[in-house]
Design a protein around this ligand. Structure first.
Ligand code: MOS
Length: 734
């Protein structure tokens, strides 16, 4: 189990209502409140709603890489048993607003196909089987055009990246000079492959129109922005769209924006006048949702004679479809992770006709640190310096580019704590020296950094006349623990045990929440609940005739000035308040991020080259830990995906047409139990008063950031072989 230590804080932190609440819920390692519903099959996922008169839609994807559709032979399948219709007039080329694009104009149909697998039709039938059968028989005629499929062949033809407020190009000082004058330097190129989010639950939507209003039961991470995106794709007012996403079987970025099945189902349902269910097959999830783009990353580090960084270069190339502004922001963590006066951090995009590139599991840091933390290990090896000693000499006092203080940054403490717990001191820095039978054994470590963000989020909290509280927001729980921690926050502030709190999520009829993404979910939506409860406490205090500081709320009883009254009685007809937080609300110039350190021990089979992770340990600091169990689980998941990124995950495109070759979980290898040894997770005690009222920072994507590099560094320590092309498969070690 996780535990915390008692490190002294750098700054005195003002107390929070979470510290003075009497219920004792915050930080507790509570199991997810909806867990029993999920494991007993009583949690209703998007595809499982029992809707009367439902018809089934099967998506049909293009079987060519780029070109024009000349004819869809719908009549040939319309006569098949159970088949109702074939619809092609909808926008399927979804450009996610989150990813920097917009949906194509509605109702024109797909004529120009941009990538293999792009959805071009939906076949409707009385059963899924009939729809699928007809869908597989549907003949789509096309004229193929020349496409751009091969990153390696086309990478010289690239554009500068510009996307939202992520700086695509950054330049400071004179890096070339710093490298030329350096005591030592590295200049290396790392590559990472395309990846798929591979959430357990495939993308699924049920579309129901009633009196001109669409209700979409859809598996989506961000209902309030997904609603806007869907409305735009349909050409209707956002007021006419409601999204319901109560349970979501993982997203990992692939459900941040709407996917083609939602638009296809909505258009078909409207046209047919019947509810339509469209569920993607596993291959469709791989071929037509979103991918993490492959990267090529040139990393340069230069140091002076005391091993202090003088230069940092991180020049990355990635890919996306023509017209898409999103790029994999591989250098985003480099801006603040590493000091050094001379800096170049660049992002170039190569235009390729491969499926939409978007955010996946720590976009930026996850693939970026696979390169930078490995290159740093190369540098440390070159100069004969332990990586932790390197950080002791380099840990920056302020943000290296903005020159502003950190909110909190305990990176070095994470490393020192981790080193002690892991037994780092027994590591032999000389590679290929330790053997256990037929296994070469090595240890590696890496830093973890992940930007911390606050997103606009609102929630309503009410206390009913029976003394029960209800939280309502369209925030989601994608398996991360939102139901539980929002209940803990409200319970702490209102003095209610969890069984007297209902948490209603994932319905856009509720106030718009932050959604689950970018590790901002808990901090943002939790703050909205906190602020609503703070207002309720003010009103409860007024009803008690005291000031809020004098009020104690515990187990449904309000106490102040020698008076006790049950909450149920105190609220009369009931009380309700709405809380909202927005990015500008926390006025601070301080640089904010979450930090950690990864340690890995691997065995590499001396005969076969097989790599097995033997153990991993992570120490993290992310402000207040709201629930020790769900937080730990987030880090375990991140570290597990670090194993995948380092060793197994590799989405392969056919260079002739861009087709995703390994489009299922049998061929695209996410780590399974046998790949994951005992993982250890620890948290440092921390409060970040600059982050949000909860003083908590993002944790969801921290665990993956740097994890793969720690494994790669361990492989080098075991073998003396530095694999710069992820994943590190056995053929690269022989
Ligand atoms: Mo995350 S990749 O923002 O779901």
């Amino acid at each position: 189990m996780s535990d915390t230590n008692n490190l002294v804080m750098d700054l005195p932190v003002p107390s929070s209502l979470l510290d003075i609440g009497a219920q004792g819920l915050i930080g507790k390692p509570l199991s997810r409140s909806e867990g029993p519903l999920k494991v007993t099959g009583r949690a209703t996922y998007s595809a499982e709603y029992a809707i009367p008169d439902l018809a089934y839609g099967y998506l049909v994807g293009a079987k060519f890489g780029r070109g024009k559709i000349t004819r869809v032979d719908a009549d040939a399948v319309r006569g098949l048993p159970g088949v109702i219709d074939v619809i092609t007039d909808f926008a399927t080329f979804i450009r996610n607003p989150q990813q920097g694009g917009e949906s194509k104009a509605p109702a024109q149909g797909v004529k120009d196909v941009q990538y293999f697998g792009e959805i071009v039709a939906i076949v409707l039938a009385e059963s899924y089987e009939a729809a699928r059968d007809a869908g597989e028989r549907l003949v789509v005629e096309y004229e193929e055009a020349e496409g751009r499929f091969d990153f390696e062949a086309l990478k010289a033809d690239s554009e500068k990246g510009t996307f939202n407020n992520i700086p695509g190009y950054f330049h400071q000082g004179d890096l070339d000079r710093a490298v030329a004058d350096a005591h030592a330097s590295v200049d290396v190129v790392y590559t990472t492959p395309s990846q798929n989010s591979a959430a357990m639950e495939p993308h699924a939507s049920i579309a129901v129109w009633e009196e001109g209003t669409l209700t979409l039961y859809g598996s989506y991470q961000m209902p309030s922005s997904d609603k806007l995106q869907l409305a735009k794709a349909l050409g209707v007012s956002a007021k006419k769209v409601r999204i319901i996403a109560v349970y979501i079987g993982g997203g990992f970025g692939s459900k941040l924006g709407v996917a083609p099945e939602s638009v296809a189902a909505a258009v078909a349902a409207k046209q047919l006048g019947r509810p339509i269910k469209a569920v993607m097959t596993r291959p469709q999830v791989f071929e037509t949702t979103v991918r993490r783009a492959s990267t090529e990353q040139r990393v340069r580090f230069s140091v002076d004679a005391e091993a202090r960084l003088t230069g940092v270069g991180h020049e990355t190339k990635t890919s996306n479809l023509p017209g898409e502004s999103f790029f994999e922001p591989a250098g985003v963590g480099t801006h603040f992770a590493y000091p050094g006066d001379n800096r170049v951090i660049n992002h170039d995009i190569v235009r390729l006709n491969l499926l939409l590139a978007g955010s996946m599991r720590a976009p930026g840091e996850a693939s970026g640190m696979m390169a930078t933390e490995a290159a740093l290990d190369e540098l440390c090896h070159k100069i004969g310096l332990d990586p932790i000693e390197f950080w002791r000499r380099n840990e920056p006092k302020e943000a290296p580019e903005e020159k502003v203080p950190w909110s909190t940054r305990q990176l070095l403490r994470c490393m020192e704590e981790g080193a002690e717990r892991f037994g780092w001191d027994v590591r032999n820095p000389e590679p290929a020296q330790v053997r256990d039978g037929e296994w070469l054994v090595g240890m590696g470590m890496a830093a973890a950094v992940r930007s911390n963000m606050l997103m606009k989020s609102a929630a309503t909290v009410s206390i009913d006349p029976d003394g029960r509280a209800t939280i309502a927001t369209d925030m989601t729980d994608i398996g991360t623990g939102t139901y539980t921690i929002l209940g803990q926050i409200a319970g702490e502030l209102l003095g209610l045990p969890l069984d007297r709190i209902s948490v209603n999520l994932g319905d856009t009829n509720s106030p718009p929440g932050a959604g689950s993404g970018g590790s901002w979910g808990a901090g943002s939506s939790g703050s909205s609940v906190y602020l609503a409860c703070e207002r309720l406490r003010e009103r409860l205090a007024a009803a008690m005739g005291c000031v809020p500081d004098e009020l104690t709320l515990k187990d449904g009883i309000a106490t102040a000035r020698n008076r006790q009254i049950a909450l149920a009685e105190l609220v009369g007809e009931g009380l309700e308040a709405t809380g909202q937080i927005a990015p500008g609300d926390m006025e601070t110039q301080r640089k904010q991020a979450s930090y950690g350190a990864h340690f890995a021990e691997v065995g590499v089979n001396a005969t076969t080259g097989e790599v097995r992770v033997r153990r991993m340990l992570g120490v993290f600091s992310a402000g207040r830990i709201l629930n020790a169990k769900t937080a730990r689980s987030q880090c375990l998941g991140g570290m597990t995906f670090g194993i995948g990124a380092a060793l197994t995950e590799d989405l392969v495109h056919d260079p002739r047409n861009g087709k995703v070759v390994n489009h299922d979980l049998g061929e695209y290898h996410v780590p399974v139990n046998a790949d994951v040894p005992q993982l250890e997770v620890h948290f440092l005690t921390e409060r970040d008063q600059f982050a949000n009222p909860l003083q908590a920072k993002g944790i969801g994507e921290l665990g993956i950031s740097g994890a793969g590099a720690a494994i790669g560094n361990a492989v080098f320590n075991a073998t003396g072989i530095r694999v710069r092309d992820y994943p590190i498969t056995l053929d690269k070690l022989l």
